[in-house]
Design a protein around this ligand. Structure first.
Ligand SMILES: *Cc1c(COP(=O)(O)O)cnc(C)c1O
Length: 468
């Protein structure tokens, strides 16, 4: 607390007096007595600070009550909350990557609020493994011999390398030594897991002989890493998985693929081309394949490991599995998501990530017109809305070069620059994340659901009320 002069003390109303004002005391219903006292105390302290620095704060009961209410509202707002994604980036890592399919809701609720057979074998009446709930499903869907799931794909790679290559060498092409979003860099992960990285080839070209010439008696693994967030184009050469497998087998060395995003469905008929599916990696003979649960798969954050039973068995026995283990709610959501893949057409419609990626431009155009009409009916003359063409990107380290044609709503607000609109909309309830492009504020309709239109309109109407 700042020292205050008698003058300041006399101008500022006393705590007890403020608490007795009807507009303040009525707030006690929401916050309880101590919550209300804390809010009033912090507002009075803020005003005392302004007074001591010779500002002229508004000390009227009206203003003080408004400030207290703002404190209470801020304190009641959770830190992690829903936002509307108008960026058009479908698998947006900063906005939570994939939305779960509705089918996961019941599974999540049951597992969260009831006991479950998480690690209990109901047939035998004895302790079981949590991993069995998705293992056979994963094998059925991908053709893999065995499977294991962990906290995320970074954990999957870490566990696989620690189990199979600790104290040994792992051969990786120089063109694949990637960094994925800040804290996941292949050379660092390799060091952490106790394996020695052997780089082969050059940034743009790696040949089969590069792998062959680097094999030693210390080699434990050939590793292929999906170059998720960039592409090397021009004069390039890479060694495909089946060639790596052939080279490895001749020396009895397994091949592992960090597939990154990992898709179970070939999306090339939707114009999403150039990525192998997880099934293709398995068919090519990869001994281990790892990928994320919340990228193209469209499920919860998880790391999926597929492969030969003997390798998966080693990982199950490794000490790291426990710290990296998957949570029961994640497991419930993952099983529900994977079940949808038994029917490909169902998966494409019911898994939001796949639905948003594969929706046709005609459907997007119709959706954008409906959204525009409904928004216009809810907004005032201060808003000018129009439609334009643009591109969205898949995100999540999949298809780095792919641009999907999309439809955008251009939003102009009278008296506000597009930058200001963007800034204010990040702070509305709910916050809206849009895109600034060529001095226009845009919302890509691909990633906005029609069920969010009222929320969107509410947020837009808050722009003109917004006080900095
Ligand atoms: C995204 C990605 C990872 C990390 O996966 P998380 O599920 O985010 O831990 C690892 N490797 C590759 C190639 C990736 O694209």
């Amino acid at each position: 607390m700042l020292p205050s002069t008698p003058d300041i003390r006399s101008r500022l109303p006393k705590m007890d007096k403020v608490l007795a004002w009807p507009e303040i005391s009525s707030l006690q219903k929401i916050t309880g007595h101590s919550g209300l006292k804390n809010a009033v105390r912090s507002v009075l302290e803020q005003l005392r600070t302004s007074l001591s620095s010779n500002e002229q704060p508004d000390l009227s009961p009206d203003n003080i009550s408004t400030m207290v209410l703002a404190r209470i509202t801020a304190a009641a707002t959770p830190s992690l909350r829903r936002v509307i994604n108008g960026s058009g980036v479908v698998i947006h890592t900063n906005l939570g990557r994939s939305l779960l399919p509705v089918a996961a809701e019941a599974a999540l609720r049951e597992t969260a609020f009831s006991y479950s057979n998480l690690e209990f074998d109901l047939e035998q009446g004895e302790r079981g493994e949590r991993y069995v709930h998705v293992e056979s499903l994963l094998c059925e869907l991908t053709g893999a011999e065995a499977a294991l799931v962990v906290n995320n794909n970074a954990a999957a790679v870490m566990l696989a390398l620690s189990s199979l290559a600790q104290g040994y060498e792992v051969i990786v092409s120089r063109g694949e030594l990637v960094e994925i979003g800040g804290s996941f860099r292949i050379p660092e992960v390799m060091r952490q897991s106790g394996a020695t990285l052997v780089e082969v080839g050059t940034t743009n070209r790696t040949h089969p002989r590069d792998y062959i010439n680097s094999l030693t008696e210390h080699t434990a693994l050939l590793l292929k890493v999906h170059t998720s967030n960039f592409a090397i184009t021009g004069f390039t050469a890479e060694v495909d998985v089946s060639t790596m497998v052939k080279i490895g087998r001749e020396s009895g060395i397994p091949t592992m693929v960090d597939a990154g995003s990992g898709s179970l469905i070939d999306l090339s008929c939707f114009g999403i081309v150039g990525e192998a599916t997880v099934q293709q990696y398995i068919q090519s003979g990869a001994d281990i394949v790892t990928f994320s649960g919340d990228k193209l798969l469209g499920g919860p954050q998880a790391g999926i490991i597929l492969g030969k039973a003997s390798f998966i068995e080693k990982m199950k026995r490794h000490q790291l599995l426990r710290p990296l283990r998957i949570d029961k709610l994640t497991l419930a959501a993952l099983e529900a998501t994977l079940r949808l893949y038994r029917d490909k057409d169902k998966a494409l419609v019911e898994i939001p990530t796949l639905r948003m990626l594969t929706i046709s431009l005609e459907e997007l155009s119709a959706k954008s017109r409906r959204m525009l009409r409904r928004l216009r009916s809810m907004l005032s003359d201060n808003f000018t809305l129009s439609l334009s063409d643009g591109y969205s990107s898949p995100g999540g380290g999949s298809f780095p070069l792919l641009q999907l044609p999309s439809r955008l709503i251009d939003i102009a607000v009278k008296g506000y620059t597009p930058h200001r609109v963007e800034e204010i909309l990040r702070k509305t309830t709910p916050p809206i994340v849009g895109r600034l492009h060529k001095d226009r504020f845009l919302l890509d309709v691909r990633t906005v659901s029609e069920s969010e239109i009222s929320l969107l309109a509410d947020a837009l109407l808050q722009v003109s009320d917004y006080k900095p």
